[in-house]
Design a protein around this ligand. Structure first.
Ligand code: COA
Ligand code: AMP
Length: 633
């Protein structure tokens, strides 16, 4: 007899509309849907067409109406400011309603965009929910991005208003966000009509009269706003993510399908119940933060934990254990990098012995490949299941996982286990034919995708089709390569585009190349992601200088590192580049980035048949060795 996982998977496949309609009944709708799935305009599919709802109502007010107003909705734990604050559902709802009132007082209405550029404080969560409450579309920009990146997003999203923190706190330094915001507004062609600034005591930012308003003062004087019903198919948010060029893609998330999928995932994938404490140690600027710090736990009636700190150094490698014990966390979701960092500082997990983690049930890892060594280490240290799961900004929730609330399947190290019910995943060769079990190919998802996944890109239907649907008609192309084995376990091996994953942060090497190419002394360049023991991957630049450049190479390299930091931001972690005489290319002029990456990582590679001049590869290897790359053990 098929196991429970097989049964649920088969049920979702046989009758997707029935399956998701059932899941949707757990939530509150101000108007029921006309159709569960509107498939009348492929490849654009719409879930819960005709329905009306409000995501903030479902995350907060619904629980209050059900008598859970005194339940803790949000715990803020900030070792960098020595602060712990707790908010009941009622308190959080009231703060969100006042902030939503302040947004309305500034003229923000349903459908308007609001950019949020904030540090990891409760006010960031309130800002997101306040937008959701009045039907405004938020777009959160991660604090580690530089003004130019923020400006690009301002020009694409065209926000009526921006909510910003005055500063963020990073490893012993205060990052002044407000001046970065001012520079970004200066650079952008679109100007917001106003900004709400959340002033933190560590740095009080300058205010532009008539444009900038104080977050606290405006909230305090505003009348609380009620929830505004929106179409289930109206966007809740736009989240920009790296694409194959320097221009980020605005992933759209619609209200209805999103809350249904996330609510379902909390019980079925994460195995977490209402009233339990769930912690996603990420940042609200990333999709993990949107889905699993803010929306999913709150919609499911859990207590969510917002952590402003790092896995190490705040104050030590026992920080995660301390938080789990102190707040009775039952499930933690983080990136493998965090565990590599802990393992590096405390290889024998000595600090763990100081804490009681008996109540803790599961560790979930995602955002980058979970290397078997790290998974094994975490399993041994915790003595609890360690679940690798795979998804991306575009899908908004897991595509492959061991579904802890359905049936716990045996773990295979290196695999995020099986496909989550609702998704139909195939592995295709470059001509679009399915490959045999165990063979590597392009990982695609059959259309229509389940609720919650992106319906399109912001104001860019054509870009959506071109980026994701054109290559394999009838399928969404994930951009990941890998295989599915005989047992149906999926293995994610690499990207098929220029995206790299640095400490779980998704970045485009194409974007970095655009920055390097803008340096006056650079004739040509390439950036590849090379293996890094802590961050998984880090970017490494190769530049060919223009003829006649006399400036010392070291100075140019320093300028390049600084340029990427200024233009993209510190999060790019671009720290190393090398000057080479030429770049290896095919006879048609395509730069052989994959081969360069393999040389840097000292992996075996096949000499590309179309290579223009094989001798260049030896030169690349020689340049890399003094930098610590291209070394065989
Ligand atoms: N605002 C401003 N700057 C930021 C920032 C923010 N919100 N977040 C990161 N930065 C800066 C850092 O200070 C660092 O700057 P530096 O070059 O001056 O040191 C740079 O961006 C790179 O940051 P990060 O990738 O976090 O590296 P780190 O060396 O500071 O920390 C880890 C390394 C492993 C501890 C850290 O990456 C981590 O905790 N990872 C956990 C995984 C995670 O959160 N993933 C998110 C997706 S799930
Ligand atoms: P992001 O959109 O930032 O969440 O990044 C998504 C990308 O990260 C995926 O397309 C993968 O390349 C990678 N990724 C996420 N989770 C995993 C995982 N569990 N294993 C391997 N790669 C992963």
């Amino acid at each position: 007899m098929a196991g429970r996982y097989e049964q649920v998977y088969a049920a979702a496949k046989a009758d997707p509309e029935g399956f998701w309609a059932e899941a949707a009944r757990a939530l509150h709708w101000t108007k029921p849907w006309d159709r569960v799935l509107d498939a009348s305009n492929p490849p654009f599919y719409r879930w819960f067409a005709g329905a009306e709802c409000n995501t903030c109502y479902n995350a907060l007010d619904r629980h209050i109406e059900a008598g859970h107003g005194e339940r803790i909705a949000l715990i803020y734990d900030s070792p960098v400011t020595n602060t712990i604050r707790k908010f009941t559902t009622l308190e959080l709802r009231d703060k969100v309603a006042k902030l939503a009132g302040a947004l309305q007082a500034q003229g923000v209405q349903k459908g308007d965009r609001v950019i949020i550029y904030m540090a990891m404080t409760p006010e960031a969560v309130m800002a997101m929910l306040a937008c959701a409450r009045i039907g405004a579309i938020h777009s959160v920009v991660f604090g580690g991005f530089a003004p130019r990146e923020l400006a690009t997003r301002i020009d694409d999203a065209k926000p009526k208003l921006i909510i910003a923190s005055s500063c963020g706190l990073e490893a012993g330094r205060v990052v002044e966000y407000k001046p970065l915001l001012d520079q970004a507004i200066e650079m952008a062609a679109h100007k917001p009509s106003s900004c709400l600034v959340f002033q933190r005591p560590m740095y009080v930012g300058p205010m532009t009269a008539g444009r900038d308003f104080d977050f606290d003062a405006e909230s305090a004087k505003a009348p609380p706003a009620d929830c505004v019903a929106v179409q289930a198919t109206d966007p809740l948010y736009v989240l920009y993510t790296s694409g194959t060029t320097g221009i980020p893609k605005g992933v759209v998330r619609q209200n209805g399908g999103h809350m249904v999928a996330l609510n379902w995932s909390m019980k079925n994938i994460y195995g977490v119940n209402p009233g339990e404490v769930y912690w996603a140690a990420s940042d609200v600027g990333w999709v993990v933060g949107h889905s699993y710090i803010v929306y999913a736990p709150l919609i499911a009636g859990c207590t969510t934990l917002l952590y402003e700190g790092k896995p190490v150094g705040t104050p030590d490698a026992g920080a995660y254990w301390r938080v789990i014990e102190q707040h009775k966390v039952v499930a933690l979701f983080t990136a493998p990098t965090a565990f590599r960092a802990i393992k590096k500082e405390d290889p024998k997990a000595e600090l763990l012995k100081k804490y009681d983690l008996t109540h803790f049930r599961t560790l979930f890892l995602a955002g980058e490949r979970a290397d078997p060594d790290t998974v094994k280490w975490a399993e041994d240290a915790l003595g609890k299941p360690v679940i690798d799961h795979w998804w991306q900004t575009e899908t908004g929730w897991p595509v492959a996982s061991n579904c802890m609330g359905i049936e716990v399947l045996p773990v295979k190290h290196g695999s995020p286990t099986r496909i989550v019910p609702g998704y139909d995943v195939k592995v295709l060769d470059d001509d679009g034919h399915p490959v045999k079990a165990g063979d590597i190919g392009n990982i695609v998802i059959k259309l229509p995708m389940p609720p919650g996944c992106l319906p399109t890109l912001w104001n860019n239907d054509e870009g959506f089709k071109k980026s994701y649907l054109a290559r394999f008609p009838g399928f969404y192309n994930t951009g990941d390569a890998g295989f599915i084995d005989e047992d149906g376990y999926i293995f994610i091996m690499s990207r098929t585009d220029d995206i790299i994953n640095v400490a779980g942060h998704r970045l485009s090497t194409g974007g970095m190349e655009e920055v390097l190419a803008s340096h006056p002394d650079v004739a040509e360049c390439a950036v590849v992601g090379v293996a890094d023991a802590l961050k998984g991957q880090v970017p490494l630049g190769f530049v060919v200088l223009k003829a006649g450049v006399t400036k010392p190479e070291e100075q140019i390299l320093r300028e390049l590192v600084q340029l990427v930091r200024e233009r993209i931001g510190p999060v790019a972690a671009f720290k190393q580049a090398a000057v080479v005489k030429r770049l290896p290319k095919t006879r048609s002029g395509k730069i052989l980035r994959g081969t360069m990456q393999k040389i840097a990582d000292a992996q075996d590679y096949r000499l590309p048949a179309t290579i223009d001049d094989p001798a260049i590869l030896g030169e690349i290897s020689e340049v890399l060795q003094p930098l610590g790359y291209a070394k065989r053990p």
